[in-house]
Design a protein around this ligand. Sequence first.
Ligand SMILES: Cc1ncc(C[n+]2csc(CCOP(=O)(O)OP(=O)(O)O)c2C)c(N)n1
Ligand SMILES: [Mg+2]
Length: 333
Amino acid sequence: MRPGEAAAPDRDFVLRMHRTMLRIRIAEEQIADLVEAGEVKCPCHLYIGQEGIAAGACAALRRNDYVWGGHRSHGHYLAKGGDMKGMMAEVFGKATGCSSGRGGSMHLFAPEVGILGTVPLVAATIPLAVGSALASKVSGDGKVSVSFFGDGATEEGHFHESVNLAAVYKLPVLFVCENNFYSSHLGLLERRAADNIFKAGEAHGVPGLAIDGNDAIGVHRAAEEAVRRARRGEGPTLLECRTYRWRGHVGPSWDTDVGVKRKDELKDWLPKDPVARSASWLLERGVAKAALDALEREVRAEVEEAVAFARASPYPGEEELCTHVFHGENGGA
Ligand SMILES: Cc1ncc(C[n+]2csc(CCOP(=O)(O)OP(=O)(O)O)c2C)c(N)n1
Ligand SMILES: [Mg+2]
């Protein structure tokens, strides 16, 4: 190995990231079908096509590190160790869901594995990640906070304010921007003058990297370095992970007919499938096709079981309507 060259990743480690991506892909394909069938009724923003980012970045984290997400966060929840049944029940609005059926797809919460919240207000959790990182710095608990957000979120003022504050205090936080080139139906260059999100940290003295978000191994490598830097007390890093969502902004459709360039672009991005890519990597290194097929069957069974669990679970009771809503008498915290 030459100086500066990265060590080859361990095969079992890549297999675990591959499994994470498969869990996200298969769960979301199932959710897409359930939305189409009318069985799942909450808005679901699918992450299909972007799995390499959640899998790669979360593989660099410890179980008790913190993750914050947004409206498209099934992948972050699963990659950080969130329970499949809890997520499936949540999108069904059931009491056994990870947010007790109150939040649906866009409000996933699993503090036992460090998921402090996914919130659909664009950019809302970026300052919250800075807050949890500040808490870690003050308490010295050694944890790192990761904020996952889209390219659209970088146009919100508090993204820039958050990066500044984190830089000034050298907070242990990673800003992971998933640049899928769209904010709803508006393309990147219709909203900003230059395709250079990774440079947003520079003005604040924060290192920024643009990386291939469809390469889980590369994302992991970059995230691992950023996590190490954060734990050493050297402050935040901005990772711009370039990727593409396959489905429409919200819901299961492919959105090739909504007046944007998606039809042309999709055909270029489909062959860059992050899941197929890690499968090829593994096959080239001697993992048997039969082993990958068995893994896929195992994940399908897990997803089916989670759907059965969600279907069989009760809705929250009417008597709980006011709990967790107001502070005080009704049991709200
Ligand atoms: C503050 C705010 N403004 C607008 C919206 C409506 N909205 C929901 S998702 C979205 C697009 C966000 O794009 P991006 O951050 O790139 O994430 P992506 O959907 O591409 O994953 C918008 C404008 C919102 N939820 N919150
Ligand atoms: Mg986007």
